[in-house]
Design a protein around this ligand. Structure first.
Ligand code: NZQ
Ligand code: ZN
Length: 384
């Protein structure tokens, strides 16, 4: 196990009715920027619940943050925060809204060009506006981590950043807010956390039973609830297990002291920027081919996936690891998740994708930093 420092200060309020806690979480007389997306919170009753618990605060609304939040939209909110001296940004929605709020919170206190926040990997920021979250889509884990991914459509870029300053102060997770999700987002909400786990688990076997055990449990939970979730179940316990699994996939616990990959995410972000694929869709396309491409270094953990998650019993690790990839793909297909670019009628341009991917990154990707431009092109062609 690698040495590690672990820090996660996010206060979680989980369960039905917890939005009513907002009035205790937000001090009276505070100025709040209420950030949301295209309007789902107004049709499913979440907006009304939030507003009725903010009666003591001054609320300024900022709606219209798009899925894969756009830099130019967010900069309008940055301006409002500066002019209005906002005390707290309340994100009500999915990962895109939370990520957008993390960027707004930092950019409002940053004196230089805010694009630096997304492109200068060693940039240290010193101040941010506080963030609170009401989560409505279990998928990204953004509600309990300090990462964020922002798109800048004007230049075809999608970039990630992280800063401990943007850990939400609190996150309210009420599984009942997820009942209104359409099937496309239900599928995204299974695949995204699944791949968050595999990016931290299908790496190197470092003899980390706690991390691996939790990772396997998160995967098994996602698998066991997946068919009911994509069928739109309103069984509360199933929704609750799903929501908490998604948070645990990327709140730091399973990533402590282990190698991290994230190459699937980095390539996936480029597919979203270039072809508009949903984040979850892009991951399902890349991950299985990346595992095949990197089979030698990932075989031990793929075999562990085969034995501990898929219940395979063969003694030969190579056979079990190969079978584990096939079973995982079959699982994705069984809940209607497609795994090829051609399924989305995308004809990939590997040259353009690779050029964009390495535009701001300072080197090769993957847990061994052995995935270079040539490897990315090969993986993209395998995924075609
Ligand atoms: O905009 P509204 O009208 O709210 O509709 C949204 C949006 O269209 C809808 N939705 C959300 N909750 C709903 C709902 N519709 C009905 N009922 C509800 N309860 O769902 C659509 C997608 O929402 P979005 O927030 O974009 O989805 P998601 O949570 O999957 O977030 C994706 C973004 O997060 C980034 C991705 O790259 C992408 O930009 N990620 C962030 C990470 C992080 N910060 O740690 C890690 C991830 O790997 C990921 O990269
Ligand atoms: Zn993701």
């Amino acid at each position: 196990m690698h040495n590690f420092t672990f820090y996660n200060p996010v206060k979680i309020l989980f369960g039905k009715g917890q939005i009513s806690q907002l009035s205790n979480l937000v001090s009276a007389n505070k100025k709040i920027l209420l950030a949301y997306g295209g309007g789902s919170i107004k049709s499913n009753g979440v907006y009304q619940q939030v507003m009725s618990n903010l009666s003591n605060a001054e609320v300024i609304e900022f709606g219209g943050i798009e899925a894969n939040p756009d830099y130019d939209t967010l900069m309008k909110a940055v301006q409002i925060c500066k002019e209005q001296k906002i005390d707290l940004i309340l994100s009500v929605g999915g990962g895109s809204i939370i990520d957008g709020c993390k960027f707004i919170a930092l950019a409002a206190h940053y004196d230089g060009d805010p694009w630096d926040i997304l492109t200068q990997k060693d940039l240290v920021c010193h101040n941010a506006i506080d963030i609170g979250v009401v989560q409505t889509l279990p998928a990204t884990g953004s509600e309990m981590n300090c990462g964020s991914v922002i798109s800048r459509r004007k230049i075809g870029a999608k970039q990630a950043f992280g800063s401990p300053l943007v850990f939400p102060k609190f996150a309210i997770l009420d599984p009942e807010t997820t009942y209104s999700l359409p099937i496309r987002q239900l599928k995204n909400g299974i695949i995204d956390p699944f791949i968050h786990v595999t990016e931290q688990y299908i790496t190197t076997d470092l003899n980390t039973p706690i991390q691996d055990g939790i990772a396997e449990t998160v995967l098994k939970t996602l698998i066991s609830v997946s068919h009911d979730i994509v069928s739109g179940t309103t069984d509360y316990d199933t929704r609750a297990s799903w929501m908490w699994a998604a948070t645990n996939a990327l709140n730091g616990y399973i990533g402590i002291g282990v190698d991290h990959d994230w190459a699937t995410h980095m390539i996936g972000h480029e597919l979203t920027a270039a072809y508009g694929l949903d984040h979850g869709q892009s991951l399902a396309i890349i991950a299985p081919q990346l595992w095949r491409h990197q089979f030698k270094t990932k075989m031990d953990k793929l075999a562990k996936l085969g034995r501990n998650v898929w219940g395979l019993e063969n003694q030969d690790s190579e056979i079990v690891a190969t079978q584990a990839i096939i079973l995982t793909e079959e699982f994705f297909h069984s809940i209607g998740i497609q795994t090829k670019l051609s399924d989305f009628k995308v004809k990939v341009d590997p040259e353009a994708i690779t050029e964009n991917l390495f535009r701001y990154s300072n080197g090769n990707i993957g847990e061994h930093k052995n995935i270079d431009a040539q490897a990315v092109k090969e993986i993209l062609l395998m995924a075609q």
